[in-house]
Ligand binder design. Structure first.
Ligand code: FES
Length: 680
């Protein structure tokens, strides 16, 4: 008796023998090979595409003959003529085993495909969404064996797809009978596969094979802006991204003013809840329009946010978060119906998920950063800093992860800086100051030219030179320190002390002239000593949070630093270190992660296993509450100097020599050490 043919799958390497005529899809399923299918092998969905390989395979010990698979069949021909099929591909449900064969499963045919992230050093996302599509053929009703259409649909899904006894959303019932009859008893259903809170359930139904896809939304709900990515739940691709201002801004720029608003006004919390939910609904509608899809095709949404936004979005008064011991209503992840938070531009049966909070001041946004940057999986010690109006800071490795948040305030966003502005065309974002002449040259957003380029004036004609954005002010102050215009304690020197009349007396202290466009009706851009103070306080808050975590970890250095947040992506590591905003570290080991909180939301949206992972990881993160740590104030005072009154920056010293002169003649006030209010 001849032996059954051997089937070898790559890249998994899984292999087994199968009787002649076994479809490749069946072989794949039996071996647990990750080969996709929505239509269950009916030759409609094309998800099961495979590439057979022929010839000698010494590595596998097989020779694959030309007739190792059955001949190209009519179903494949029909599919190819209608939709096209890459040369050499077959449909795995139509190709059957006729001899030993090596089968490659291309990435797009894998169920748990990897969604590649832009940065090489981070993990790819494994696609494993909450909601999937299944095509199924349902038995027609029989007068002699009466049963409901839904019961027969559920039975068919169990038989064909091995799904458990499904529940169904009430909204599906009116769609069911027309869909079954229109599709001649063949339908596609969207099934939410269940989580810790709900059992697996049918959420939508289409007649026949549904050619389209379904979507999910990953949302970073910030106190200033709400940013969202619309993702295809079948491919993991980001289809559209957009953002709106958080409408709660009218109740206060920072989080504490919103908490106070809720304390001072009856219904204040409810008003803010209504505002943020309305803003969210607008954003969902806006993105759906941009992508040209019906909002009802959005079947899942994941939100990350700080604790105050978390509470207000869920309709919980944030009162307790405004006072020690900063108790959260719940720190657990939330899984609930979208309807419970009044979202209407989403499928009526859609569910939403909020990542867990880490502590009263360290929210689901920090958990999302942890999910994205995975310090808990890092062999080396990594400091992750999400720079915003409130900095979320994580320090850790495989052994241990610590987290805190630190109130940096809005200075890094250009607020409370005399010439500060948000990042927009015309804002100074890069600066160099000549150490001899003390003259600056700069670049503005919207142009790649430096200001000493002859073409600069022409190129910036439309945007103008309007102010200094957050990353610009960091470079500006650091360059002023390197050039000897500002001293270690943070005082701007006089023209005599600095050797430049760009420094001028401005009240009781000196200011530094960056750019004077007043002759042409433009602004006069200066850096005042008060601006320096604001930056000193913001960076001292950030550094002292990081230093506190280093104390708790028992280290004075770390192997690498990740700057997260939209702003973090624009910060020059060297300048941040000169400022003493981040600890001393090899400059090449300071990287930026972009919007890591948003990425964490996307990971949790696309991979439900990642939700369980972060719920587990958060349990093991040690939370440090900076407000009650006795050494925070000491670190803060030390970190108010530029770069630091006590800490040495030996690695930085290898790159930059900082002047040691000080400008205090006894009549100027040193940097204030008042504690910042929490902001976010
Ligand atoms: S499984 Fe759908 S076409 Fe093969």
């Amino acid at each position: 008796m001849s032996k059954d043919p051997l089937v070898i799958f790559t890249p998994s390497g899984k292999r087994g023998t199968f009787p002649l005529g076994t479809p490749i899809l069946t072989a794949a399923r039996q071996l647990g090979v990750d080969l996709d299918s929505v239509c269950g092998g009916r030759g409609i969905c094309s998800r099961c595409q495979i590439t057979p390989s022929y010839g000698e395979f010494p590595k596998h010990g097989v020779t694959v003959e030309k007739d190792a698979l059955n001949a190209w069949n009519a179903v494949e021909e029909r599919y190819k003529s209608k939709r096209g099929l890459i040369e050499g591909r077959r449909l795995g449900c139509q190709a059957t085993v006729q001899g030993d064969i090596v089968i490659d499963v291309p990435p797009e045919s894998q169920v748990h495909k990897q969604v590649v992230r832009k940065r090489a050093e981070t993990r790819d996302i494994t696609l494993n969404p909450s909601t999937k599509l299944f095509y199924v053929s349902v038995q027609e009703p029989d007068m002699h064996d009466p049963s409901g259409d839904m019961e027969r649909l559920i039975a068919a899904l169990r038989a064909d797809w091995d799904l458990p006894e499904l529940e169904f959303d009430f909204s599906v019932l009116p769609l069911l009978q027309p869909a079954l009859r229109k599709g001649q008893w063949k339908v596609t259903v969207a099934v939410h596969l269940g989580d810790d809170v709900v059992a697996p359930r049918i959420v939508h139904i289409w007649p026949e094979f549904y050619e389209g896809t379904i979507y999910g939304m990953a949302v970073d709900l910030g106190s200033t802006t709400i940013a969202a990515h619309l993702c295809d739940l079948q491919t993991g691709a980001v289809v559209a991204s957009s953002g709106v201002m958080n409408p709660q801004i009218r109740y206060g720029e920072d989080l504490m003013s919103r908490v106070s608003y809720s304390m001072m006004n009856d219904n204040g919390a409810q008003e803010m809840t209504n505002a943020v939910r309305a803003g969210m609904d607008t954003l969902f509608a806006q993105i759906a329009t941009e992508a040209g899809i019906e909002p009802a095709l959005i079947m899942d949404a994941v939100f990350v946010c700080n604790p105050v936004m978390h509470h207000l979005f869920l309709g919980i008064d944030p009162f307790e978060l405004g006072q020690a011991p900063f108790a959260l209503a719940t720190s657990d992840a939330i899984s609930t119906r979208a309807q419970n938070i009044d979202l209407s531009n989403i499928h009526p049966a859609a569910r939403i998920y909020l990542l867990p909070c880490i502590a009263g001041h360290v929210g689901a946004d920090a958990a999302a950063v942890a999910l994205s940057e995975a310090p808990h999986l890092s062999d080396d010690l990594v400091l992750v800093v999400d720079v915003g109006t409130n900095a979320e800071i994580l320090l850790g490795n495989r052994q241990r992860v610590l987290a805190c948040s630190s109130p940096t305030g809005p200075a890094f966003e250009g607020a409370q800086i005399s010439s500060g502005q948000r990042a927009a065309p015309g804002a100074i974002e890069r600066v160099e100051i000549d150490p001899i002449t003390k003259a600056p040259r700069f670049r503005v957003i919207g142009s790649d030219l430096w200001s000493d380029d002859p073409e600069f004036a022409t190129e910036t004609l439309s945007s103008g030179i309007t102010g200094i954005c957050g990353s610009g002010i960091i470079e500006m102050v650091a360059e002023m320190r390197i050039a000897g215009i500002v001293d270690g304690p943070g005082l701007i020197g006089s023209p005599e002390q600095t050797g430049t009349d760009r420094c001028f007396l401005d009240g009781r202290t000196y200011s530094y002239l960056v750019y004077d466009g007043s002759a042409d009706g433009g602004p006069k851009i200066t850096v005042t000593n008060r601006d320096i103070r604001e930056i000193q306080m913001a960076k001292a808050a950030l550094y002292s949070g990081a230093r506190l975590l280093m104390d708790k970890f028992g280290v004075d250095t770390m192997d690498r630093i990740v700057l997260a947040g939209a702003f973090g992506a624009h910060i020059s590591p060297k300048h941040a270190m000169v400022l003493g905003m981040i600890p001393d570290c090899q400059l090449s080991r300071v990287t930026s992660a972009g919007n890591a909180a948003g990425t964490g939301a996307r990971i949790a949206l696309l991979n439900t296993q990642a939700r369980s992972e972060i719920e587990q990881v958060v349990q093991n993160i040690d939370k440090i509450e900076t407000a009650i740590e006795p050494r925070f104030q000491e670190h803060f005072v030390n970190a108010s100097a530029i770069p630091n009154a006590v800490e040495k920056f030996p690695i930085l010293a290898g790159h930059v020599t900082l002047p040691t002169a000080t400008f205090n003649t006894g009549d100027a006030a040193g940097p204030t050490t008042r504690r910042r209010r929490r902001r976010g």
